[in-house]
Design a protein around this ligand. Structure first.
Ligand code: GLY
Length: 425
């Protein structure tokens, strides 16, 4: 097969890496890709949201399968455009991806299907939203309805913060039209984890549970980022919790999407809060997580290309997935200053020193090639993943590898995976 990966981050580098492991894959392309992906295939300069451009490229270059990474590409209808030409795509249609790009649709679907999630109300009028916040009290969560680069959910601990959040989202339109409607929902207390399931629209295959680290600083302090690291398996989701999540969350969601005439094919991302009342949904996303993918796919024994084709054709294998009996940790090395202001163009050294380390991977997130040199090109630069026999060893090994990656003003969290270790202890 010739395969095209859509996207340019660490998640897409990991997808490209997983596809490259498959004997089924001949030529690999990425739109637009990054320098890490360029070592595995050919990068073409097409934006992930350019649905006609991607479909046209796929047709002209004999692509057999398009694997879509980012939410923006799904919302832009890349899968619809590709499938309309009779080409297979891994990922949901725009209508099915609404489970991520409209928080209102998603919460209403959960309510109608009896899927456990926080109590909520929807507002298009800022005064009505303010009155509801005052009536409910704090802490409270305010979510912009549409995609907001992962920044559209604001946890407000004081009434002032909540009023400011409503102003910023609904009046100032910080996230554009995503702020036309907001979901105001009860704050959930607990530990968060990411549970993914592959689905062909009917059957469901859960992936190994993982945990992201969203805040910039150790101890989960500071502003949220795209994710500063991840590990898997996450012990907070034990076998019983996983069964519960499958039966009460994932299967009803997949059925619910089908009965709404929007069968969901691809990977369903369930942001789960483990509360005193059991697992509850924080949000559904319609894609792989970043950086969770960087720890999940390296643990997968199965052929990802074979799974992706099966899912795109609505015939996912009817057997559990097989996993390496290992743990994986990914530490994201970022530009100092991220998620605020940071400089770009710093030369990155030492990535080649990771090649000599078994079961260690450097997944490029935001790198660029300038005058033959590899340089930083954004906030999150590279995700360093290490596999080992247990979580503690994979953490040690990931940090040993991170130590070899150098660029000016680099920043990384030093406590990735510690929550998992504490839980196991
Ligand atoms: N890990 C967070 C995200 O992918 O949205």
């Amino acid at each position: 097969m010739n395969v095209l990966v859509v996207g340019k981050g660490g998640r897409e580098h990991t997808l490209a890496w997983a596809l490259r492991q498959s004997a089924l894959v001949k030529d690999l392309y990425a739109a637009p890709g990054n320098p890490g992906i360029a070592a595995l295939g050919k990068c073409v300069d097409i934006a992930p949201e350019d649905a006609p451009g991607i479909a046209g490229f796929a047709r002209e270059n004999g692509i057999d399968l398009v694997v879509v990474g980012p939410d923006g590409a799904l919302e832009a209808g890349v899968v619809d455009a590709v499938e309309s030409l009779g080409i297979r795509a891994f990922g949901p249609t725009r209508a099915a991806a609404e489970i991520e790009w409209s928080k209102v649709f998603s919460k209403q679907m959960m309510q109608e299907e009896g899927i456990p999630t926080a109590a909520f109300a929807v507002f298009s009028d800022v005064d009505a939203a303010r009155a509801y916040v005052i009536e409910q009290g704090v802490p409270i969560v305010i979510k912009a309805d549409g995609l907001a680069a992962g920044k559209g959910a604001l946890v407000c601990r004081t009434a002032e913060e909540a009023m400011k959040a409503l102003d910023v989202v609904m009046t100032d339109r910080m996230f554009g039209d995503a702020g036309r409607n907001v979901v105001v929902e009860a704050f959930m207390e607990g530990e968060e984890a990411s549970v993914f399931a592959l689905t062909d629209g009917e059957r469901v295959l859960p992936l190994v549970p993982s945990q992201d680290h969203k805040p910039i600083h150790d101890g989960d302090s500071g502003p949220n980022t795209g994710g500063m690291g991840a590990y898997a398996p996450a012990p907070v989701i034990d076998e019983g919790a996983m069964r519960d999540i499958l039966e009460r969350i994932i299967e009803p969601a997949v059925r619910g999407m089908k009965t709404r005439g929007r069968p969901f094919r691809g990977v369903l991302y369930c942001g789960i809060m483990m509360t005193d009342q059991g697992p509850m949904v924080v949000e559904f996303n319609s894609r792989f997580g970043d950086p969770e993918t960087q720890v999940i796919l390296p643990l997968l024994e199965d052929d990802f290309a074979e799974l992706a084709v099966g899912i795109s054709e609505g015939r996912m294998p009817d057997r559990p997935l097989t996993w390496k009996r290992k743990a994986a940790t990914c530490v994201v090395v970022a530009s100092g200053g991220y998620p605020g202001e940071y400089e770009k163009g710093m030369e990155i050294c030492g990535l080649e020193r990771l090649d000599a380390m078994d079961d260690v991977f450097a997944f490029h997130a935001d790198t660029a090639r300038r005058d033959g040199k590899l340089v930083t090109n954004g906030g999150r630069i590279v995700g360093v993943t290490a596999l080992a026999d247990d979580l503690a060893s994979s953490i040690d090994r990931a940090y040993e590898a991170v130590d070899r990656v150098r660029f000016e003003n680099r920043y990384f969290r030093r406590d990735i995976g510690q929550k998992g270790l504490r839980r196991m202890a």
